[in-house]
Design a protein around this ligand. Structure first.
Ligand code: 13P
Length: 250
């Protein structure tokens, strides 16, 4: 019912030539995979160049963040219209690195989400708890607050363009994946909360991705969980062979 979505977030890795070559390889192994979506988020500066390699491909592109305004005095930002003109259809928003390193708070992330959906971009809205929060048993409170604040003002109609990515901070780049049971428990919680905020039909149609040390050797068991609809992959998306294995999950 929900079409699987495998997304690669390259973070601040690859120059334009490296991005171009990597996208070309991934594009080849994604050819013919028509029962799932594949999205790549190279550095924003490489979006336009790699979009040219993907002209004949089903692989889609995302920016790694997006501003709420169409244009203006926002030094260092990229607008939804710019994202689209560079050939992308989606934006990652609220990544834990944006929250932690760059101090983006729920209110700012909410503005970015609203901006993205207003301009017709798919918003890949990230949430996740820290290790300290998990150990103090506040995971569900933290995630609920992130969702309620991040999605404030997002209409039921706009939920068609929303993807939620659950990325426990303690699992990002650490090699410590959430177990399939831990991830499924949180995904089911998120879906139940979405049903409360919106309605069951909407909750049932929103794709919820898991992110945090997704690798070729754990993707199959994660994807077998009923509420895990895809993956947001960091490190393993920087290598064509491992990302190809991930998008070809069983
Ligand atoms: P890793 O897959 O490297 O843990 O990164 C996950 C992530 O942050 C994707 O957005």
């Amino acid at each position: 019912m929900r079409r699987p979505l495998l997304a690669g977030n390259w973070k601040m890795h690859t120059n334009i030539l490296e991005a171009y070559l990597l996208v070309a390889e991934i594009g080849k192994c994604a050819a013919g995979l028509n029962d799932r979506d594949v999205i790549l988020a190279p550095p924003n500066v490489a979006l336009n160049a790699v979009s040219r390699v993907l002209l004949d491909s089903d692989v889609l592109l995302a920016s790694q963040n997006v501003c709420w305004a169409e244009e203006g005095a926002f030094t260092g930002e990229i607008s939804p219209a710019m994202v689209k003109s560079a050939g992308a259809v989606a934006s990652i928003i609220g990544h834990s690195e944006r929250r932690q390193i760059f101090h983006e708070d729920d209110e700012m992330i909410n503005k970015r989400v609203l901006g993205a959906v207003e301009y017709g971009l798919i918003a890949i809205f990230c949430i996740g708890e820290t290790l300290e929060e998990r150990e103090s048993d506040t995971t569900f409170d933290i995630l609920e607050a992130q969702i309620r604040k991040g999605l404030a003002g997002v209409t039921a109609e706009a939920m068609k363009n929303m993807v939620v990515a659950y990325e426990p901070v303690w699992a990002i780049g650490t090699g410590k994946t959430a177990s399939k049971e831990q991830a499924q428990e949180v995904h089911a919680f998120i879906r139940k909360l979405l049903a409360e905020i919106y309605e069951k039909a909407i909750a049932d149609s929103v794709r919820i991705l898991y992110g945090g040390s997704v690798k070729p050797d754990n993707v199959d068991e994660l994807m077998a969980q009923p509420d895990i609809d895809g993956a947001l992959v960091g490190g393993a998306a920087l290598n064509a062979e491992s990302f190809c294995r991930i998008i070809n999950f069983n």
